[in-house]
Design a protein around this ligand. Sequence first.
Ligand code: ADP
Ligand code: 5GP
Length: 181
Amino acid sequence: MGKIVIISGPSGAGKTTVCTQLLKYSGVRKSISVTTRPPRHNEKNGVSYHFVSIPEFEEMLRRGELAEHARYCGHYYGTLASTLKESLASDMLLILEIEVQGALQIMEKFPETTSIFLLPPNSDTLGQRLLNRNTNKEQDIELRLETAEKELSYKDRYQYSVVNDDLEITVDTVRKILGLV
Ligand code: ADP
Ligand code: 5GP
């Protein structure tokens, strides 16, 4: 039986960076979500996300193909039910890097899920990291920082909170939580 682990946290907390490090361990894979957000310059369809149109997303929803979904900063995001099913039937550890509304849906459907909330060392760091990442327009960064405030209030719904200050320490902490060797 496979395991599911949710990693949430405000934009810029370092979720993608940490998940990329975790994928180096054997038996770990990451769910590729479906989104209506346009791809960033460094993102490839089918690798970072499955990028779809709004009608395509709505059709997937209607057909019951998504295990959870949410609207975040003006775009839809969702997890393919088929990915979860395949992963649970294997003995893989599947990472869902998803926001809080979707995370709550998964926690309810799959109570065995391990949940981790990644935090920045402080709120200034978030803005700085998003600027450094250089993938979002100023207006989008502002919206993400506003959303971060609301997301932080969901921290206690997660089993673990990890502050991502030093990346190496963070990855090691999460690795230990997940029992990866
Ligand atoms: P998220 O997926 O949570 O939005 P990212 O993984 O894209 O965040 O990280 C946002 C930016 O912060 C990236 O440029 C990344 O390289 C950087 N970053 C991630 N973790 C750290 C860290 N521990 N210290 C400094 N910079 C970091
Ligand atoms: P980004 O646009 O920065 O890639 O992602 C924005 C937010 O959407 C992040 O918090 C990310 O974790 C979340 N997200 C990505 N995929 C999914 C998904 O399939 N479902 C939900 N609910 N959130 C997702």
